[in-house]
Ligand binder design. Structure first.
Ligand code: FAD
Length: 468
């Protein structure tokens, strides 16, 4: 009977959300076959392309994912883009259920003047991170780190601190990491000595965490400055609240201690109460030459409202900051793909504990979501893990309750049928074994340079390994 045949699950996206969901369903419902489709020939999503190269300990989760990939009930199918190479219709016939975990493939914008002008050296942090981490999309970003000694980073979260730290870290330290060689080359010649990190609200509203802040404070030869008066003022007027909020208290202690970092030929600063208003380019009469960014103009804000709901209100005053490099670090953004409902306001696929809802809030049989696509582009890998486990629990509970899935009447063959269809469409699918071959080449190239690996920056180059 059909009930003893395995449950066929397709997973779209091979980041932490995809792997943790697969792991949990395989564990809780052993009679399952999981096929994981990934747009790139390479697995692991932001663990590889987001997490900073000087955080190798964070990347150790890849070993856990590798355990999942080795399970005989699991198949990795890389180099397959859902929505282009593969449609919902294809999958519906061959799977009982689908988990969408394709993350946040775009970035939020500021919506300010000149943001869409072709001014050189203004990038999203997502692009800059992708560039140094080897994300093929940004291989040719070519940031200019020579034209100025000052960078402005807009946003005060962990990604803002990651990109700032990479700009200020000693090149010898970086060269021991898996940062891409082309990025290392550019950073070697970098003239950037000062990084100014901008937030629209105050010190109590920053969204980075203690570990990342401490790393900034520990940068050698780098002084730290900020509006210490503002910090002192905020601390003294909110003593009670801060004492009850341990993470916040810890952050404030690190900030206060940072006041002692007063020497060094490099610097970084936290600038509060500033909202960007306009990017300003260098004057340049020759239209064939690109215009470089010269400055950012900001509104100066003041804070209003109770601490739990502080808002930034413009004072009417403006300020211009000179800079030759701007990194916009105001968040990632998910996009809707073929066949999926989408909540444009929240930027997520609407769901109840991971079960996808249609636009009228009805549960959609057999469709699930996990990770950043489910709850928005926030949270560390551990948060994503718990979130993926929740989705997996719902899937298993639906199986046990015999809830309707994609279509209950046909026998499913999963990737046994889908892979030949993809090949007919001219797509060279990449198996996990193929990926290990690619990885071996990366490790080999890395060993020669005394670094953990040298990533392929282009899809073609990675794919070429498989032809030899
Ligand atoms: P992702 O990791 O983005 O995975 C999505 C996957 O889907 C990708 O592999 C993508 O290629 C694939 N995909 C996209 N579109 C398609 C498609 N159409 N078809 C098929 N596949 C597709 N967390 C920590 O714990 N520690 C850190 O130090 C840390 N640093 C970070 C640094 C940065 C810059 C960023 C952005 C995040 C960082 N995080 C860190 C957070 C962590 O990376 C996320 O919590 C986690 O990766 C989210 O997992 P996900 O699976 O939802 O998305």
């Amino acid at each position: 009977s059909l009930s003893s045949s395995p449950f066929h699950l397709a997973v779209i996206g091979s980041g932490p959300a995809g792997f943790y969901t697969a792991y949990r369903v395989l564990k809780e419902h052993p009679n399952t076959l999981v096929d994981m489709y990934e747009a790139l020939p390479i697995p692991f999503g932001l663990v590889r392309y987001g997490v900073a190269p000087d955080h190798p300990e964070v990347k150790n989760v890849q070993n856990r994912f590798e355990e999942v990939a080795k399970d005989s009930r699991f198949t990795f199918i890389g180099n397959v883009k859902y929505g282009e190479d593969l449609t919902l219709k294809d999958l519906k016939l061959q799977y009982d259920a689908i988990v969408f975990s394709y993350g946040a493939g775009q970035e939020k914008t500021l919506g300010i003047r000149n943001e869409n002008e072709p001014i050189k050296n203004i990038f999203s942090a997502r692009a800059f991170v992708g560039w140094y981490n080897g994300l093929p999309q940004y291989r040719d970003l070519e940031p200019d780190l020579i034209c100025s000694d000052t960078a402005v980073v807009i946003g005060q979260g962990n990604v803002a601190l990651d990109v700032s730290r990479i700009l200020l870290t000693d090149i010898v330290e970086l060269s021991k990491t898996d940062i891409t060689e082309y990025a290392l080359e550019t950073l070697k010649n970098s003239q950037i000595r000062n990084v100014i990190i901008i937030g629209r609200r105050g010190p109590l509203q920053v969204s980075f965490t203690a570990k990342e802040l401490r790393e900034m404070m520990n940068l050698p030869n780098t002084k730290f400055y900020t509006d210490f008066e503002l910090i002192k003022n905020e601390l003294s007027t909110n003593v009670d609240i801060i004492s009850k909020d341990r993470p916040l208290k810890r952050l404030m202690q690190i900030l206060e201690k940072g006041m002692e970092n007063t020497s060094g030929y490099k610097s970084w600063s936290l600038k509060f109460l500033r909202s960007p208003d306009e990017f300003i380019a260098h004057e340049n009469d020759d239209p064939s030459r690109p215009k470089y960014v010269r400055a950012v103009r900001f509104h100066i804000n003041r804070l209003e409202g109770p601490l739990e709901n502080r808002i930034a209100v413009p004072t009417g005053e403006m300020e211009e900051l000179e800079t030759g490099l701007v990194l916009k670090s105001v968040g990632y953004k998910s996009i809707p793909l073929e066949g999926l409902s989408f909540d444009e306001n929240k930027g997520i696929v609407p769901n109840h504990k991971g079960k996808i809802l249609d636009n009228d809030n009805n549960e959609q049989p057999g469709l699930y979501v996990a990770g950043w696509l489910k709850r928005g582009p926030q949270g560390v890998i551990a948060t994503t893990m718990y979130d993926a486990y929740e989705t997996a629990e719902v899937i298993v509970s639906d199986i046990k309750q015999d809830k309707p899935m994609l279509s209950n009447d046909t026998f499913k063959y999963g990737s046994k049928v889908i892979i030949p269809i993809l090949h007919q469409r001219g797509i060279r699918t990449v198996s996990y074994k193929d990926w290990k071959k690619i990885e071996e080449k990366e490790n080999e190239a890395g060993r020669a340079k005394h670094k953990p690996r040298e990533k392929f920056g282009r899809v073609e180059d990675a794919m070429q390994v498989l032809d030899t």
